[in-house]
Design a protein around this ligand. Structure first.
Ligand code: IMP
Ligand code: MG
Length: 179
């Protein structure tokens, strides 16, 4: 794997290898298999960033489950207005069904809060959250994160679904902007 990548003129240094990512995904899958046995949970992956996490996690999950996708934007212009814009909503019947939200990364927590609000409207049995990456230093919300893959420093990351200005999602490893 490369030690650094340059995207749109910015240099990013290797932070988390694909091996470490896959280990974290396996750990989360094992816990979910244990916690949701015989409960047929519905995973709801938050687009776009979580598409690789969702694909890798689902292949490691052994229990019966379903998957769907949601796309929301919680930002209006450059400010986090608290206004939730649902671009792709929930189509499944969630009544009496446990839902597990799949996030690529939780930063301030604004996006997750918007996703939780949208999903709650559909009255699921319960909602859990699994995030592959988490920036604890900048998290500003109280919503519980039930499954956390890897805690990362407050740096801008690219790779494994995360983009910088539309690029870098295809990288297998995670790279951090030099600061
Ligand atoms: P939050 O709303 O501040 O928690 O940010 C959540 C969303 O912002 C994530 O789902 C990502 O799509 C994006 N994001 C947060 N941190 C990063 C990063 O370091 N690189 C790329 N995208 C990020
Ligand atoms: Mg995201």
């Amino acid at each position: 794997m490369k030690k650094s990548v340059t995207i749109h003129g910015l240099k990013f240094m290797l932070l988390v290898s694909s091996g470490k990512i896959q280990d974290a995904v396996s750990r989360i899958a094992k816990k979910i298999d244990r916690d949701f046995k015989d409960r047929n949970p519905l995973f709801i992956a938050v687009l776009n960033g979580s598409f690789l996490f969702a694909a890798d996690l689902l292949r490691k999950i052994k229990i019966e489950c379903g998957i769907s996708f949601i796309k929301v934007s919680s930002y209006s212009g450059t400010r986090s207005s608290g206004k939730v814009n649902t671009l792709i909503g929930v189509n499944e019947n969630l009544l009496k069904r446990p839902v597990i939200i799949l996030e690529d990364i939780v930063d301030s927590g604004n996006t997750l809060e918007a996703v939780l609000a949208e999903i709650k409207k559909h009255n699921p049995d319960e909602i859990s959250v699994a995030t592959l990456f988490f920036k604890p230093e900048v998290y500003q919300k109280k919503n519980a994160l039930n499954y956390i893959g890897i805690k990362v420093p407050d740096k801008f990351l690219v790779g494994y679904g995360l983009d910088y200005d539309g690029s870098g999602r295809n990288l297998s490893d995670i790279y951090a902007l030099e600061s």
